[in-house]
Design a protein around this ligand. Structure first.
Ligand code: ZN
Length: 86
């Protein structure tokens, strides 16, 4: 999962390039519009990436009955349904 932010950034970058190129083709004289669009897309992409990077990793624990990984906050195993002591 370490590469996920980079993959998403790559997707955003490609989308951004496509928007920028299409904007450049259709609004060659509208430099301000293009600049605004670049700023908007960049800000949006940065915000999305920041949310992904800053997302806290979910704490997990292992079920003592079936050994599957589950949320540290859940009181019941998702796989085998066993009650888990806190
Ligand atoms: Zn279990």
């Amino acid at each position: 999962m370490f590469f996920l932010p980079f993959i998403i950034f790559g997707i955003f970058f490609v989308v951004f390039l496509m928007i920028a190129i299409s904007a450049f083709k259709s609004h060659k004289k509208a430099g301000d519009t293009m600049q605004n669009m670049i700023n908007t897309v960049s800000a949006y992409a940065e915000k999305e990436i920041q949310e992904i990077i800053e997302q806290p990793k979910e704490e997990t624990k292992t079920c003592e009955y079936c050994g599957s990984t589950m949320s540290a906050h859940s009181s019941q195993c998702d796989s085998c349904g066993a009650k888990v002591k806190k």
